[in-house]
Design a protein around this ligand. Sequence first.
Ligand code: PHE
Length: 366
Amino acid sequence: MVERIAEIRAEAEAAIAEASSTAELGELRVRFLGRGAELTLILRGIAELPAEQRGAVGKSGNQARGALEKLITDRGEELDASELERSVSEERVDVTLPGAPSPAVGHLHLITRTRRRIEDTMVGLGYRVMEGPEVELDHYNFTALNHPPGHPARMAQDSFYVAPGSVSAAALESAAVSLDEAVVLRTHTSPMQTRAMEAQGPPIFIVIPGKVYRRDSDATHSPMFHQVEGLAVGEGITLADLQGTLTEMLRAIFGEGREARMRPHYFPFTEPSVEFDVSCYRCEGGGKLADGSRCPLCKGVGWIEVGGAGMVDPNVFGFVEENGYPPDTTQGFAFGFGIERIAMLRHDVPDLRRFFDNDVRMLEQF
Ligand code: PHE
């Protein structure tokens, strides 16, 4: 029995010396000193041995046990130290590396980005950006813009009236109240022409982006949409300046090499009035694609309609005469167009209403 103990001890000492990790050492502790280990069983069985063997077996067994425990503890400390050293060198954190990139937080809506692009261009041409009220007096939205009383846009079925107190849409319809006192969700950004001229004498060069409201809803119309208004009033400003300004603006939006075209049109508050187009950027204005087929964007016309413009009507200046705009000597131009339309054209969006559905699958594409 004493010999067997010596064997176990030798075997264990060799194994402990060779152990290469604290985990392996833990296994050796169980194998040689655990409850089921041979040495443990020998020590536990001493009482059953013949009396003359008990002393010797007990002594060598306990010595072996004590020695192995100390060996394991010592070896454990050695391994602990070298494992720590290794992890310190191998798992070193490079504190000079940049931090983890912050998760994407989204981006500006395409309409906002388009609006800012237009603003930047106009600011580059010397214009100031102004904003105005969306809930507007009929006076600014229609009257001061020379809309005759019977103009269809003044009718409740075409515009959203806000009824303050007793002024109802029905009362408006029957002309029981003066239209001029009525309040309307502005149907265009043009009311800011008069407001701006009331606030500042000439020369004035401003652009007014903002929301406008009309009773319209289909693939190219939404009850709320955005426009940009432009107003330039100063000495000697002519239709030729309008042409040049539109050309610069359209090139900034649709690319170098684009041309602007004006066609005769009618607006109550400009005279003469035009609609303006940009030369088609898909077919380069030729109306045909490279393979000879009709250009699908401009429908073979070579031009794409963008907005309305004209020379400010003297009757409009008549409303701001006292602010430094005598109608018989003041000249200037105004233009206006929809921002959604620009974004739809530039990004091939087929339905304007998608801009306002707030479906991120649609919005995150831009
Ligand atoms: N306000 C006009 C519209 O909404 C556009 C326009 C602006 C026309 C300025 C002429 C001058 O249709």
